[in-house]
Design a protein around this ligand. Structure first.
Ligand code: COA
Length: 189
Protein backbone atom coordinates (compact mmCIF):
# COMPACT_ATOMS: atom_id res chain seq x y z
CA UNK A 1 0.00 0.00 0.00
CA UNK A 2 1.22 3.49 -0.83
CA UNK A 3 1.88 5.70 2.19
CA UNK A 4 0.29 9.00 1.16
CA UNK A 5 1.30 10.91 4.28
CA UNK A 6 4.90 9.82 3.75
CA UNK A 7 4.89 10.94 0.13
CA UNK A 8 3.45 14.27 1.19
CA UNK A 9 6.24 14.69 3.75
CA UNK A 10 8.84 13.70 1.18
CA UNK A 11 7.55 16.06 -1.48
CA UNK A 12 7.30 18.98 0.90
CA UNK A 13 10.71 18.56 2.50
CA UNK A 14 12.79 17.74 -0.55
CA UNK A 15 15.95 19.62 -1.31
CA UNK A 16 14.45 21.92 -3.93
CA UNK A 17 11.08 22.62 -2.35
CA UNK A 18 10.23 25.67 -0.27
CA UNK A 19 8.18 25.73 2.91
CA UNK A 20 4.88 24.20 1.99
CA UNK A 21 3.33 20.97 3.22
CA UNK A 22 0.62 18.79 1.68
CA UNK A 23 -2.27 17.06 3.38
CA UNK A 24 -5.63 15.49 2.60
CA UNK A 25 -8.66 17.20 4.13
CA UNK A 26 -11.64 15.04 5.07
CA UNK A 27 -13.78 18.02 6.04
CA UNK A 28 -13.62 21.76 5.43
CA UNK A 29 -14.24 24.61 7.86
CA UNK A 30 -15.25 28.14 6.90
CA UNK A 31 -11.69 29.46 7.12
CA UNK A 32 -10.44 26.77 4.75
CA UNK A 33 -13.33 27.40 2.34
CA UNK A 34 -12.41 31.09 2.34
CA UNK A 35 -8.72 30.35 1.67
CA UNK A 36 -9.60 27.93 -1.13
CA UNK A 37 -11.89 30.57 -2.64
CA UNK A 38 -8.88 32.89 -2.65
CA UNK A 39 -6.79 30.30 -4.50
CA UNK A 40 -9.54 29.80 -7.09
CA UNK A 41 -10.00 33.54 -7.66
CA UNK A 42 -6.23 34.02 -7.99
CA UNK A 43 -6.03 31.27 -10.63
CA UNK A 44 -9.03 32.48 -12.65
CA UNK A 45 -7.80 36.09 -12.52
CA UNK A 46 -4.52 34.73 -13.83
CA UNK A 47 -6.33 33.32 -16.86
CA UNK A 48 -6.84 29.69 -15.79
CA UNK A 49 -9.66 27.77 -17.44
CA UNK A 50 -10.99 25.82 -14.46
CA UNK A 51 -14.73 26.14 -14.97
CA UNK A 52 -15.32 29.85 -14.25
CA UNK A 53 -15.73 33.10 -16.16
CA UNK A 54 -14.44 36.53 -15.12
CA UNK A 55 -15.26 38.41 -13.02
CA UNK A 56 -15.32 35.65 -10.40
CA UNK A 57 -16.94 37.00 -7.25
CA UNK A 58 -15.99 35.67 -3.83
CA UNK A 59 -19.61 34.56 -3.32
CA UNK A 60 -19.44 32.27 -6.38
CA UNK A 61 -16.05 30.95 -5.41
CA UNK A 62 -17.21 30.24 -1.85
CA UNK A 63 -20.38 28.55 -3.17
CA UNK A 64 -18.21 26.30 -5.33
CA UNK A 65 -16.05 25.24 -2.37
CA UNK A 66 -19.13 24.65 -0.20
CA UNK A 67 -20.33 22.15 -2.83
CA UNK A 68 -16.88 20.54 -2.84
CA UNK A 69 -16.97 20.38 0.96
CA UNK A 70 -20.23 18.44 0.81
CA UNK A 71 -18.68 15.99 -1.66
CA UNK A 72 -15.61 15.58 0.52
CA UNK A 73 -17.74 14.95 3.62
CA UNK A 74 -19.75 12.36 1.66
CA UNK A 75 -16.56 10.57 0.55
CA UNK A 76 -17.31 11.36 -3.10
CA UNK A 77 -14.18 13.48 -3.50
CA UNK A 78 -10.66 13.42 -2.13
CA UNK A 79 -9.26 16.90 -1.53
CA UNK A 80 -5.57 17.67 -1.12
CA UNK A 81 -4.23 21.06 -0.07
CA UNK A 82 -0.80 22.61 0.12
CA UNK A 83 -0.17 25.13 2.87
CA UNK A 84 2.64 27.55 3.55
CA UNK A 85 3.13 30.31 6.10
CA UNK A 86 0.45 32.41 4.34
CA UNK A 87 -2.19 29.67 4.21
CA UNK A 88 -3.51 27.37 1.50
CA UNK A 89 -1.47 27.94 -1.65
CA UNK A 90 -2.42 24.94 -3.79
CA UNK A 91 -5.00 22.22 -4.15
CA UNK A 92 -6.17 19.30 -6.28
CA UNK A 93 -9.15 16.92 -6.17
CA UNK A 94 -10.02 13.38 -7.12
CA UNK A 95 -13.62 12.66 -8.05
CA UNK A 96 -13.95 9.20 -6.52
CA UNK A 97 -17.69 8.75 -7.02
CA UNK A 98 -18.07 7.07 -10.43
CA UNK A 99 -20.67 4.87 -12.17
CA UNK A 100 -20.92 1.35 -10.79
CA UNK A 101 -19.16 -0.10 -13.85
CA UNK A 102 -16.10 2.14 -13.26
CA UNK A 103 -15.21 1.56 -9.60
CA UNK A 104 -11.50 1.48 -10.44
CA UNK A 105 -11.51 4.98 -12.00
CA UNK A 106 -11.32 8.56 -10.70
CA UNK A 107 -11.19 11.97 -12.35
CA UNK A 108 -8.38 14.31 -11.36
CA UNK A 109 -9.80 17.83 -11.20
CA UNK A 110 -9.29 21.45 -10.19
CA UNK A 111 -5.52 21.44 -9.85
CA UNK A 112 -4.69 24.98 -8.70
CA UNK A 113 -1.50 26.63 -7.47
CA UNK A 114 -1.41 30.27 -6.38
CA UNK A 115 0.61 32.41 -8.76
CA UNK A 116 3.01 33.49 -6.01
CA UNK A 117 4.28 29.91 -5.49
CA UNK A 118 4.34 28.64 -9.07
CA UNK A 119 7.37 27.14 -10.82
CA UNK A 120 8.79 25.69 -7.62
CA UNK A 121 7.56 22.13 -8.03
CA UNK A 122 4.29 22.40 -6.10
CA UNK A 123 2.11 21.37 -9.07
CA UNK A 124 4.24 18.25 -9.55
CA UNK A 125 4.10 17.49 -5.82
CA UNK A 126 0.29 17.83 -5.77
CA UNK A 127 0.01 15.55 -8.79
CA UNK A 128 2.30 12.96 -7.22
CA UNK A 129 0.34 13.07 -3.95
CA UNK A 130 -3.00 12.82 -5.81
CA UNK A 131 -1.80 9.70 -7.60
CA UNK A 132 -0.74 8.17 -4.28
CA UNK A 133 -4.11 9.07 -2.75
CA UNK A 134 -5.89 7.48 -5.70
CA UNK A 135 -3.97 4.24 -5.15
CA UNK A 136 -4.89 4.30 -1.47
CA UNK A 137 -8.54 4.70 -2.50
CA UNK A 138 -8.26 1.59 -4.70
CA UNK A 139 -8.23 3.53 -7.97
CA UNK A 140 -6.09 2.22 -10.82
CA UNK A 141 -7.11 4.54 -13.66
CA UNK A 142 -7.15 8.35 -13.61
CA UNK A 143 -8.58 10.68 -16.25
CA UNK A 144 -8.34 14.46 -16.63
CA UNK A 145 -8.64 17.23 -19.17
CA UNK A 146 -6.53 20.34 -19.54
CA UNK A 147 -6.23 23.31 -21.87
CA UNK A 148 -4.31 22.07 -24.91
CA UNK A 149 -0.59 22.91 -24.72
CA UNK A 150 -1.03 24.95 -21.50
CA UNK A 151 1.08 24.98 -18.33
CA UNK A 152 -0.94 22.14 -16.83
CA UNK A 153 -0.72 19.99 -19.94
CA UNK A 154 3.09 20.18 -19.76
CA UNK A 155 2.96 19.15 -16.11
CA UNK A 156 0.83 16.08 -16.81
CA UNK A 157 2.91 15.00 -19.79
CA UNK A 158 6.12 15.43 -17.80
CA UNK A 159 4.72 13.15 -15.11
CA UNK A 160 3.85 10.35 -17.56
CA UNK A 161 0.19 10.97 -18.30
CA UNK A 162 -0.92 9.62 -21.69
CA UNK A 163 -2.35 12.15 -24.14
CA UNK A 164 -5.62 10.86 -25.62
CA UNK A 165 -6.22 13.87 -27.81
CA UNK A 166 -7.65 17.37 -28.15
CA UNK A 167 -11.29 18.41 -28.34
CA UNK A 168 -11.40 21.74 -30.26
CA UNK A 169 -13.65 24.45 -28.83
CA UNK A 170 -14.39 22.52 -25.64
CA UNK A 171 -14.55 25.43 -23.18
CA UNK A 172 -14.39 29.19 -22.83
CA UNK A 173 -11.38 30.94 -21.36
CA UNK A 174 -12.20 33.19 -18.34
CA UNK A 175 -12.24 36.32 -20.49
CA UNK A 176 -14.12 34.62 -23.33
CA UNK A 177 -13.01 32.85 -26.48
CA UNK A 178 -13.11 29.12 -27.01
CA UNK A 179 -10.13 26.94 -26.25
CA UNK A 180 -9.18 23.39 -27.11
CA UNK A 181 -9.01 20.86 -24.29
CA UNK A 182 -6.86 17.75 -24.26
CA UNK A 183 -7.90 14.55 -22.48
CA UNK A 184 -5.25 12.54 -20.58
CA UNK A 185 -5.23 9.29 -18.63
CA UNK A 186 -2.82 7.58 -16.28
CA UNK A 187 -2.82 3.89 -15.55
CA UNK A 188 -1.67 3.36 -11.96
CA UNK A 189 -1.31 -0.43 -12.17
C1 COA B 1 -0.59 24.19 -13.85
C2 COA B 1 -0.11 24.56 -12.46
C3 COA B 1 -0.91 23.77 -11.43
C4 COA B 1 1.37 24.24 -12.32
O1 COA B 1 1.76 24.53 -10.98
P1 COA B 1 3.30 24.78 -10.61
O2 COA B 1 3.39 24.71 -9.13
O3 COA B 1 3.81 26.00 -11.25
O4 COA B 1 3.97 23.48 -11.26
P2 COA B 1 5.50 23.04 -11.19
O5 COA B 1 6.28 24.04 -10.40
O6 COA B 1 5.55 21.64 -10.77
O7 COA B 1 5.94 23.10 -12.73
C5 COA B 1 5.78 24.31 -13.46
C6 COA B 1 7.06 24.68 -14.19
O8 COA B 1 8.06 25.07 -13.24
C7 COA B 1 9.26 24.33 -13.48
N1 COA B 1 9.90 24.15 -12.17
C8 COA B 1 9.56 23.28 -11.20
N2 COA B 1 10.38 23.44 -10.13
C9 COA B 1 11.24 24.42 -10.45
C10 COA B 1 12.32 25.05 -9.76
N3 COA B 1 12.66 24.66 -8.53
N4 COA B 1 12.97 26.05 -10.38
C11 COA B 1 12.63 26.44 -11.62
N5 COA B 1 11.59 25.88 -12.34
C12 COA B 1 10.92 24.89 -11.75
C13 COA B 1 8.77 23.04 -14.11
O9 COA B 1 9.78 22.40 -14.84
C14 COA B 1 7.67 23.55 -15.00
O10 COA B 1 8.24 24.11 -16.18
P3 COA B 1 7.42 24.26 -17.58
O11 COA B 1 6.13 25.00 -17.29
O12 COA B 1 8.33 25.04 -18.44
O13 COA B 1 7.11 22.89 -18.08
C15 COA B 1 -0.29 26.10 -12.23
O14 COA B 1 0.30 26.78 -13.30
C16 COA B 1 -1.72 26.54 -12.10
O15 COA B 1 -2.30 26.46 -11.02
N6 COA B 1 -2.33 27.02 -13.18
C17 COA B 1 -3.68 27.57 -13.11
C18 COA B 1 -4.73 26.53 -12.85
C19 COA B 1 -4.78 25.50 -13.93
O16 COA B 1 -4.70 25.80 -15.10
N7 COA B 1 -4.96 24.25 -13.50
C20 COA B 1 -5.00 23.12 -14.38
C21 COA B 1 -6.36 22.57 -14.50
S1 COA B 1 -6.31 21.15 -15.60
Amino acid sequence: MVDVERIMEDTSSGRNTPGWSLRRLHSLDEAQIDELAGVLIDCVEGGASVGFMLPLTRDRAVAFWRRVARGVAAGERALLVAEDADGICGTVQLVLDQPENQPHRADLAKMQVRRRVRRQGLGAALLHAAEATARECGKTLLVLDAVTDGDAARLYERQGWVRVGPIPGYALMPEGGLCSTTVYYRNLQ
